[in-house]
Design a protein around this ligand. Structure first.
Ligand SMILES: [Ca+2]
Ligand SMILES: [Ca+2]
Ligand SMILES: [Ca+2]
Ligand SMILES: [Ca+2]
Length: 685
């Protein structure tokens, strides 16, 4: 294989004019694992970043951390093109909990984020070999062991002494920190845990206690030596199978209630019996924060806590009957729990004739609650008026912070009076972790934006890259949404586009996905990174409403990838890799099914005679190419591509780009190198 590759490279050098130019490979900036995935306050840890199999993080510049301060990074270096090493100096007062970390390099730009957790308990790395009873690693409790189940048949054993009556907890943290990298379970690490006594008997075991993560509680009946064994289903270890194993005489709260709070308030919460206050920042738009219980001998398991914008309340149990309904006012968020499988919760709200409301649950999304909620609305006589099970359409990025079994329901009262809302569960789950948040708000047209990737690579100074924006419209937002890239430094150019709504003629189904572009000035330097934001604006009843797109980071998985919300999007300059394009065209007019030509300047292609190019526009679904890629002749650095509008397109305004042949799929946020966004006005025939 190596020989063949070398042969092809040699041929390419011999015949540059006919060589196939391949656009940058977007998987190059995919980061699959970080090891260890955490470290203790006050300690210095050497951390390794592992890129995808065909990843390339050459000429690493730095590691970027978003989140609480307290980690200083030094000695960032490439071990290989795929592996980067850095030293994390964790301050003694570093806020415990997770941060988002990424690798910035000159080859592929900025990676997706992975989590690195700052802990309070002693930590050690696992020491192989530890696969047998005889080679088990001795540990002193409490401890967090940073381990990896690799290679394939790897198991990891840890040995410790317990006294009679001593009660310990043990938990593998893997899924809860997004440890992933294989080709099943959406890529998650699915670990199992066994506690074995001196005689080799399994005295406790766990598989999927919290999501896919196993947790054991055990009280020793006698003094003795015990062994904890970490292994993966079917013993299929892999290099990205990173975990944090926590063991000790610890309290381990696995739920927090309420599971969220209003921005700008301090919330009294209960961590499995322990009271605490949680501060919810006023202006941070990120939808969640991760919270940790305080105190001595408390485990380092962070729990998601959702931020809201409305007054909050707790459900009042008992509320399993309509007559016991917890009263709600509008707007409000109720925090509640399905205490035992089959529990239902009733709420009451007073509405006037014609008043419209939106009811929505957050359970699986963000909170990772095991519930599959259902919302029903009843009148005072007990007659059902409306219901919703799963309220969110599934598409490629919608499952970005867990599954979509949460409910959403718009309802308009026909007569004035009390209405009753019933929330139930269809998963058969219940208990402390079976939490949800029910919001009730007035029905007004609105929209929500997501953008990805959150690290947009500019493949060389002066060039342009594309990014993707998703527009979700709610409750009758029929007007256009203008989308623009904002916050770039002087000299950089962000594009604008219009997402047409139903109020535009002929638009029965507004397009959900749209392209935008960012162009770097020629003076930009490889390794530079700048934050930016994508802003959407729409007119609602004479008022402009503005929404900022939520950046999503991309992890690979078994099918198309999965996403996480991240706090910030950045554009990053890399070294030039391939020829790149620009155009003098900003706007063009045509008719449905019409063709037109786009003049192109081809840069950095001195000896090339041809280049494979395509015109890309996000149509329905996720298809982007307007026709198949074309092999275009280059003359004196100029080229012309012919673009045909589909016969199926609705008249209106669209944005498209001409790009080097896409190496991969727009679904997973693969941007340019492309021209800047060109607006095409398509008229009816
Ligand atoms: Ca191991
Ligand atoms: Ca091992
Ligand atoms: Ca309840
Ligand atoms: Ca549901």
């Amino acid at each position: 294989m190596k020989y063949l590759l070398a042969l092809f490279s040699a041929l390419a050098l011999l015949h540059p004019a006919t060589a196939q130019i391949t656009a940058p490979n977007y998987e190059e900036f995919r980061l699959d694992a970080i090891f260890p995935a955490g470290g203790r306050q006050g300690e210095t840890v050497v951390v390794e970043f592992l890129a995808a199999n065909n990843g390339n993080l050459s000429d690493v510049r730095k590691v970027i951390i978003d989140g609480s301060p307290g980690i200083t990074i030094r000695d960032v270096k490439n071990i290989s093109a795929r592996i980067v090493q850095a030293t994390f100096v964790i301050a003694p007062d570093a806020v415990p909990g997770r941060r988002c970390v990424r690798v910035l390099n000159e080859r592929s730009g900025l990676t997706n984020m992975l989590y690195f957790s700052v802990g309070r308990l002693p930590e050690i790395p696992e020491k192989e070999p530890n696969n047998e009873f005889s080679t088990a690693q001795d540990v002193t409790l409490p401890i967090v062991v940073n381990g990896r189940v690799d290679p394939k048949a790897d198991v990891d054993m840890f040995r410790f002494e317990l006294k009679k009556g001593q009660r310990i907890v043990a938990m593998v943290m893997a899924q809860c920190i997004d440890s992933h990298g294989q080709y099943k379970n959406y890529g998650y690490v699915d670990a199992s845990l066994e506690l074995i006594d001196e005689r080799g008997r399994i005295v406790a075991e766990a598989g999927d206690t919290i999501g896919l993560d196993p947790q054991i509680e055990f009280t020793a009946a006698n003094d003795g030596r015990f062994m904890l064994k970490v292994y993966l289903e079917q013993f299929e270890g892999f290099p990205q199978a990173v975990y944090r194993l926590m063991i000790g005489e610890l309290s381990l709260p696995t739920s927090v209630f309420p599971p969220g709070g209003q921005r700008g308030t301090t919330v009294d919460v209960d961590f499995g019996g322990a009271k605490q206050k949680i501060v919810v920042p006023k202006d941070d738009r990120f939808p969640i924060q991760f919270v940790l219980p305080e105190g001595k001998n408390v485990a380092d398991l962070e729990l998601p806590f959702v931020r809201g914008d409305h007054p909050e309340r707790l459900e009042i149990e008992p509320n399993a009957q309509l007559s016991q309904a917890t009263p709600l006012t509008i707007p409000m968020i109720a925090n509640a729990r399905i205490d035992e499988p089959g529990d239902v919760d009733w709420y009451r709200v007073s509405l006037t004739a014609g008043q419209g409301i939106v009811l929505e649950t957050i359970a699986q999304r963000y909170l990772r609650s095991p519930l599959d909620t259902r919302i029903e609305v009843y009148d005072g006589t007990g007659k059902k008026l409306a219901e919703n099970d799963d309220g969110f359409a599934i598409d490629y990025i919608s499952m970005h912070d867990y599954r979509l079994m949460d409910s959403r329901l718009s309802f308009t009262a026909t007569t004035s009076g009390d209405y009753f809302v019933k929330v139930s569960d269809q998963s058969g789950n219940g208990g402390a972790r079976a939490v949800y948040r029910l919001s009730i708000t007035s029905m007004v047209p609105d929209f929500e934006l997501f953008m990805y990737p959150d690290g947009v690579p500019i493949w060389g100074p002066g060039s342009t890259a594309s990014l993707l924006v998703k527009v979700s419209r709610f409750d009758g937002l029929d007007g256009d949404v203008t989308l623009s890239v904002e916050g770039l430094p002087e000299g950089w150019i962000g594009s604008k586009t219009v997402a047409m709504g139903r109020s535009s003629p002929g638009i029965a189904y507004p397009l959900m996905y749209h392209l935008l572009t960012i162009t770097a000035p020629p003076t930009a330097k490889p390794g530079q990174a700048f934050p930016f934001r994508v802003v959407g604006r729409a007119d609602v009843k004479g008022q402009t409403i503005e929404r900022i797109a939520r950046p999503l980071t991309w992890y690979y998985s078994s099918d198309t990838g999965f996403f996480r919300s991240t706090p910030i999007s950045r554009v990053v300059v890399t070294r030039p890799q391939t020829p790149w394009l620009s155009t003098s065209m900003e706007k063009v007019s045509t008719v449905v099914g019409g063709t037109f030509e786009v003049p192109l300047d081809v840069h950095g292609a001195d000896k090339l005679e041809k280049l494979d190019l395509s015109a890309d526009m996000v149509m329905h679904g996720v298809a982007t190419a307007l026709g198949i890629p074309q092999s275009i002749i280059i003359k004196d650095g100029k080229a012309v591509i012919s673009v045909k509008m589909p016969e199926s397109i609705n008249p209106g305004r669209y944005g498209f780009v001409v790009a080097l042949r896409w190496r991969s799929d727009i679904r997973i946020g693969m941007p340019g190198p492309s021209t800047r966004l060109i607006t095409v006005e398509v008229k009816g025939k």
